[in-house]
Design a protein around this ligand. Structure first.
Ligand SMILES: [Zn+2]
Length: 372
């Protein structure tokens, strides 16, 4: 990955290039912006350039020993800090943890301590912290000193889609580099080029993702669009007042998604724990999956709404709609959307999913009868 290859993040790249041009790199950056828009790729491009032995004006040379090490993901001065590292920690109790967040032991061992060591190969060490907001408070406090007085020539890049969850003292010690949503058309064409999605489905997924390519690719991986059929079946059943059936359909759909997420994760970690067989999905994962299902449901109503007011070009699921023919007059679509958002809030409040969805079914059936 080269800095030159970063697409549609002109502002972020320009700020970095200006600093490079006058040789005034900060030692701590906060790459801040939506998930899946290229923050980590940019961080890698910057790291390659900072570590390169013969950097050109715009990028790493790609051929020096440092660049070759970087390309094989083996550069001893490049450190990617992520939650999965807990499995490599020398302390058995850290290895035994679930690795849900970046704990202080992990940050100390993989960041603070190596940051104080001389570079192994070149002029500096570069540390990239993925999902930096996952550092718990202890980890963030432990990192403050390193951010304040970085040892030697270490460069730290904190990558986050939730900067508000970082302590103000962390944020104020970093230079913020803003990242933006990508153009929908760009995401759609990347999806069409990288996956087996039809152009129409790629367009729908790109629109659903709001221009977050990484998120869209993940949704493709877990088969999000495949669940539209289940959502549509549930929608069609809402008029029958069978709230239980409606809720069961959506829970089943979310369970399928949740299982796909688990499989995707175990692939990523190359963990041998693959014998999922496909039954139980942890409650948190099920809630997250249910929110995706509710997003599909809401998108159907939102599409009906924008179509009703003649803004058909804003329809998101248009190419993949496949003849659902959901029509709604604006006030009722609005109320349906409000009911769906209420369901999302109730999921966050830990109300049981089946109950949340049964209530939603009643609300949506009510909207339907009002619409007649
Ligand atoms: Zn090089």
């Amino acid at each position: 990955m080269r800095l030159t290859d970063v697409r549609h993040q002109e502002r972020a790249v320009a700020i970095l290039r200006r600093a490079l041009a006058v040789d005034r790199m900060h030692h701590a950056y906060l790459f801040d912006g939506p998930a899946g828009v290229g923050k980590e790729l940019t961080a890698r491009g910057l790291a390659a350039l900072l570590l390169c032995a013969r950097p050109g004006d715009a990028d790493a040379c790609g051929t020096c020993p440092s660049c070759q090490l970087f390309a094989t993901d083996n550069h001893p001065d490049f450190h990617l800090i992520h939650r999965g590292l807990h499995k490599q920690h020398p302390d058995r109790s850290v290895r035994a943890s679930k690795g849900l967040f970046l704990a202080v032991d992990l940050i100390r061992h993989f960041l603070i301590e190596p940051a104080s060591m001389k570079p192994a190969h070149g002029r500096r060490r570069v540390f990239v912290v993925r999902d930096a907001e996952r550092m718990n408070e202890g980890a963030q406090n432990a990192l403050l000193k390193t951010l304040e007085e970085p040892p030697g020539s270490a460069v730290l890049i904190l990558v986050t889609a939730s900067a508000a969850r970082l302590l103000p003292t962390i944020r104020s010690r970093c230079q913020r580099i803003p990242f933006e949503l990508l153009p929908i058309e760009f995401v759609a064409s990347e999806l069409a080029g990288r996956t087996d999605l039809s152009p129409a489905s790629a367009q729908s997924l790109a629109a659903l993702s709001d221009g977050r390519l990484g998120v869209a690719l993940h949704w493709h991986q877990i088969g999000l669009l495949d669940q539209l059929a289940a959502v549509d079946d549930a929608l069609q059943s809402r008029g029958t007042h069978d709230a239980t059936a409606f809720a069961e359909m959506l829970v089943q759909s979310a369970t399928t998604l949740g299982q796909a997420v688990l499989e995707d994760q175990s692939d990523e970690e190359e963990a041998p724990t693959r014998s999922r067989g496909g039954k139980s999905v942890p409650t948190d994962a099920l809630r997250d999956a249910l929110k995706l299902v509710l997003m599909l449901l809401a998108t159907r109503y939102r599409d009906a709404l924008v179509a009703a007011v003649g803004a058909g070009d804003l329809v998101r699921l248009a190419p993949a709609t496949g003849g659902l023919g959901l029509t709604a007059d604006p006030p009722h679509a609005d109320e349906a959307l409000a009911a769906i958002h209420e369901a999302e809030r109730n999921l966050d409040r830990n109300v049981a999913p089946q109950l949340v969805l049964e209530r939603l079914a009643v609300a949506l059936a009510g909207e339907l009868s009002l619409a007649r």
